[in-house]
Design a protein around this ligand. Structure first.
Ligand code: PLP
Length: 722
C-alpha cells in the first residue's frame, strides 16, 4: 500500500561508462559544485550555453559520438570519476554536521515557500525570497538536516524582461517545458500520477505532485494544470504572485493546506514546520483541523501547532504584507471554521487586523505569528523593525521584548563563489575549508594568498563578465531586432581595466535606482573622467504591476542612452540567477541604495562580498552588520530624516563624496611596480575574510537549527537518543 514509483521522464543515450551523468542531471547537487558545471561545459561549450546550463537539455543536445570519443579520453574520465566519487561521498556521508551535533534527532523538518531559486533554468523563483529558499535547501542538505520542502511547479516562469528602445519594460511569459526540467514524476501502484486535492467553494481542486532532488533532500512541487480541474483552477499554479485576490487566496490555500496533504500523501511525518513568509500560513489551520479530527480540543491543537511552527517574516512595511478582505475569507473558509469548532467571528479573530492602513482584513503574517512559537526577522535591524511593527499583537509587552528574534540571511557558498576563487582557496585555505565555511579561522588564511594570484582571478572574472555581455548583445541583435543603440547600451564597449560598479536588483522605488542621478552633472564628471573613468552596470526587473518601478527603469535607461555619458553606463535586461552570478563575481563595486530600513536583509551584496567584490551601500539590512570600516564602504550614516528629499540629498552627497575621494583614487592610484592596486587588494582580503563566514548559508542554517528547529523538535516530543 501507498507505494510510490519515482520516474525521471528523461532518458539519455549515454555510453555505459558515463551513464551516471543522467543521475547528476537529476540532482540539483551539481549547482553548488562548479567543477561539475565545468565538466559539462568542456563536453560541448556551445550546447552548454544553448541549454541555459541545464544538464537535462544539454545531455539531449550533445551527439552520441561526442560521448563515444570522450570515453576514450583519459583526462575526461578522471574528472568524471572524481565528480562521481564526490557525489557518492556527499550522498552517503554519515558524519555531517547535523549527525555529529544532533545524533539522536531523526524527525523531519518541513519547509514551505512560495518560490525556490535553485538555478536559472528552473524558473520557479522571482527574486531574493526564492534564492534564499533555494540556498537554504542546498545548505540543509550539505549539513545533513532531514528537511523536506514544498512549493509549486508553475506553468510559466517569472516573466522574461525586454526593454524597448524608449526604456519601457516589456514582460513576456515563458512556458516551462517540464520535459526539460530535472523533475521526478511520482506514480502510485497502478501507475497513476500521484495527486492531492483541496476543497474550494463547491468543488475539489487537484494537484499533481513532482519531486526535485536537492542533494540528499527533496523538494515536492504541486501543479494544477490538469484536465480534471476547471479552467480557472488550472491557472492556480500558472504564475508567481498572482494579484487577483480569488486566485491568490486559492493559491495560498493550495500551498498551506495542499502542501501538508502532499507531504502526508508521500509518507512524510514532519515533526516541525517552517513557514518562509506568510504565504503558507493556512498550513497552521489545516494542522489544527487534523489534530481536532484526531480527538484533540481546539486549545490543545493550537498549542501543539504553536510549539512546532517556525515563521520567518521578510517584510519591513505593513503595506507589503499579505492579507485578504473579510468577504473573501467568508467565501473560502465557510466550510472550515465549523471543523475547528469556531463560528465566523472567532475564526476571523485568529488573524484579524484593523489598523489605520486597512479595513478589517485577515492577515497571513498575523496568523503565522499567532500560531508559531518561533518567529524571526532576517537581519538584526529587521528584527528590531519587526518587533515594533508587530508590537500591537502583544499589547502588554514593550517593543524590545516582543518575541520575534532575528537570524541574518546568508548565501550558499558553492552556488555563488566563482570556481576560480574556489581553486585558489583549495590551495591556500587548507583541505577542509568547504567543511568550515562559517569558521573565521578558515578565512584568516586569506592573507596567505599572493596578491597577484588574487588580482589575476578578479581580472579574469571581470573579463568573463564582459564576454558574457558581448555575447548577449550579439544574440539580441541577431534575434530580437534591437536598435544598435540598445546594443551599445548593453555593455559591449566596457573595458575590463576600468573601475566597474554593479547595481542589480528588483526595481522597487524604495531601492532608489535613480539616487545616482540626483546630481547628474556630478555623476557625468565621475564616469567620464579622462584618467579615472568609472563604468556602471544596471540590471533588474520591476513587478509587472508596479508602474512607478517601470518608470524608474525608464529613467535609468534614458540616462544610459544619453550620449554625454560616453558609453560608461549600461543596462542589462532580464536579470536572473545566471546574470547575478556574472555580476556579483565580475564587477569591482556592488552598489545598494535602499531607503533605510526598507531592505530587510538583501543577499546579493553577500554574494558579491564572498567573491571579493566590495560593497558600497546604505547601512541597511545585512550591511549594517557586515560593514567594519575597512571591508567596503558605507553610504550615509544612520541619520534618519523624516523628509524624503532631505534623506535622498544627504545619501546622494555621501555617495558622490565617497566615490570621488576614496573609491576611485584607491582603485587607480598606488599601483605597485607590477601594476597591482595594493590597498584595493588589501580591502578585498579584509572583505572576504570578514564577510565569508558571517554571511555564509552554513552559519545561517546552523542558527536556524540551533535556535529554532532544535528547540521546536524537542518541544514536539522528538527525543534526542544518543
Ligand atoms: C540574490 C538575488 C536576488 C536578491 O538580491 P537582493 O540583494 O535581495 O536584491 C534577486 N534576484 C536574483 C536573481 C538573485 O540572484
Amino acid at each position: 500500500m501507498n507505494k510510490i514509483v519515482r520516474e525521471a521522464p528523461n532518458s539519455f543515450d549515454l555510453p555505459y561508462r558515463v551513464k551516471r551523468l543522467a543521475e547528476i542531471a537529476h540532482n540539483l547537487w551539481w549547482v553548488g559544485n562548479p567543477e561539475t558545471a565545468r565538466l559539462f561545459k568542456d563536453i560541448n561549450q556551445l550546447a552548454w550555453s544553448q541549454s541555459n546550463h541545464n544538464p537535462v537539455v544539454f545531455l539531449r543536445l550533445v551527439e552520441k559520438q561526442t560521448f563515444e570519443d570522450l570515453i576514450k579520453d583519459r583526462y575526461f574520465l578522471e574528472r568524471y570519476d572524481r565528480i562521481m566519487r564526490e557525489f557518492d561521498a556527499y550522498m552517503n556521508r554519515a558524519d555531517t554536521w547535523f549527525h555529529e551535533t544532533y545524533p539522536g534527532l531523526k524527525e523531519e523538518i518541513a519547509y514551505f515557500s512560495f518560490e525556490y531559486g535553485l538555478h536559472e533554468s528552473l524558473m520557479v523563483y522571482a527574486g531574493g525570497l526564492g534564492v534564499l529558499s533555494g540556498d537554504h535547501l542546498k545548505e540543509a542538505s550539505d549539513l545533513g538536516l532531514p528537511l523536506v520542502a514544498v512549493g509549486f511547479l508553475y506553468t510559466y516562469g517569472y516573466f522574461s524582461q525586454r526593454i524597448s528602445e524608449d526604456g519601457w519594460q516589456e514582460a513576456r511569459n515563458v512556458e516551462l517545458n517540464f520535459n526539460d526540467l530535472p523533475l521526478i514524476a511520482l506514480y502510485d501502484e497502478n501507475h497513476e500520477p500521484i495527486k492531492i486535492a483541496i476543497e474550494l467553494p463547491g468543488r475539489n481542486v487537484f494537484a499533481r505532485l513532482y519531486e526535485l532532488n536537492i542533494g540528499r533532500n527533496k523538494l515536492i512541487l504541486m501543479h494544477t494544470n490538469l484536465p480534471e480541474n476547471t479552467p480557472q483552477d488550472r491557472q492556480l499554479t500558472d504564475r508567481l504572485y498572482i494579484s487577483d485576490p480569488e486566485l491568490r487566496i486559492s493559491q495560498e490555500m493550495l500551498l498551506g493546506i495542499g502542501g501538508l496533504r502532499a507531504l502526508q500523501r508521500l509518507g512524510h511525518k514532519p515533526a516541525i514546520y517552517h513557514m518562509n513568509e506568510g504565504h503558507s500560513a493556512f498550513l497552521t489551520l489545516e494542522r489544527i483541523r487534523q489534530l481536532i479530527g484526531e480527538g484533540q480540543t481546539l486549545e490543545e491543537a493550537k498549542k501543539i501547532v504553536q510549539k512546532t511552527s517556525i515563521f520567518t517574516t521578510h517584510t519591513p512595511v505593513p503595506a507589503g504584507n499579505d492579507e485578504f478582505p473579510a468577504w473573501l475569507v467568508d467565501k473560502y473558509f465557510a466550510n472550515f471554521w465549523g471543523d475547528l469548532g469556531l463560528d465566523r467571528d472567532q475564526f476571523m479573530d485568529l488573524a484579524k487586523v484593523k489598523t489605520d492602513w486597512s479595513d478589517e482584513v485577515f492577515s497571513m503574517p498575523v496568523l503565522a505569528l499567532r500560531l508559531s512559537n518561533y518567529r524571526n526577522g532576517v537581519s538584526k535591524l529587521h528584527g528590531e523593525v519587526s518587533r515594533e511593527m508587530w508590537q500591537y499583537l502583544w499589547p502588554e509587552t514593550p517593543a524590545a521584548e516582543v518575541p520575534i528574534s532575528y537570524i541574518t540571511n546568508g548565501v550558499h557558498t558553492g552556488t555563488w563563489l566563482a570556481r576560480r576563487l574556489g581553486l585558489l582557496y583549495n590551495r591556500y585555505l587548507g583541505p577542509d575549508w568547504k567543511d568550515n565555511l562559517d569558521n573565521p579561522e578558515t578565512w584568516a588564511k586569506i592573507d596567505s594568498i599572493p596578491d597577484d594570484d588574487l588580482w589575476r582571478v578578479r581580472l579574469h572574472l571581470k573579463r568573463k563578465l564582459i564576454i558574457y555581455m558581448v555575447s548577449r548583445a550579439r544574440y539580441q541583435w541577431e534575434h530580437n531586432n534591437v536598435h544598435p543603440v540598445q546594443t551599445v547600451a548593453s555593455g559591449v564597449l566596457l573595458d575590463p581595466t576600468l573601475l566597474t560598479i554593479g547595481f542589480a536588483r528588483r526595481f522597487a522605488t524604495y531601492k532608489r535606482a535613480n539616487l545616482l542621478f540626483r546630481d547628474y552633472d556630478r555623476l557625468l564628471r565621475i564616469v567620464t573622467n579622462a584618467q579615472k573613468p568609472v563604468q556602471i552596470i544596471f540590471a533588474g526587473k520591476a513587478h509587472p504591476a508596479d508602474e512607478p518601478g517601470k518608470l524608474l527603469i525608464q529613467e535609468v535607461y534614458r540616462k544610459v542612452k544619453d550620449a554625454r555619458n560616453g558609453g560608461r553606463l549600461v543596462f542589462l535586461d532580464d536579470y536572473d540567477m545566471d546574470m547575478a552570478r556574472h555580476l556579483v563575481q565580475g564587477v569591482d563595486i556592488w552598489l545598494n541604495t535602499p531607503r533605510r530600513p526598507r531592505e530587510a536583509s538583501g543577499t546579493s551584496g553577500m554574494k558579491a562580498a564572498m567573491n571579493g567584490t566590495l560593497n558600497f551601500s546604505v547601512l541597511d539590512g545585512w550591511w549594517a552588520e557586515g560593514f567594519n570600516g575597512r571591508n567596503g564602504w558605507a553610504i550615509g550614516d544612520d541619520t534618519h530624516y523624516d523628509d524624503l528629499d532631505q534623506q535622498d540629498d544627504a545619501d546622494a552627497n555621501s555617495l558622490y563624496d565617497t566615490l570621488e575621494n576614496e573609491i576611485v583614487p584607491l582603485y587607480y592610484t598606488k599601483r605597485s611596480a607590477d601594476g597591482l592596486p595594493g590597498d584595493w587588494i588589501e580591502r578585498i582580503k579584509e572583505c572576504i575574510r570578514t564577510t565569508s563566514p558571517q554571511f555564509s548559508m552554513t552559519r545561517m542554517v546552523k542558527e536556524y537549527m540551533n535556535d529554532l528547529y532544535a528547540p521546536a523538535l524537542l518541544a514536539s516530543g522528538a527525543e534526542e537518543k544518543p
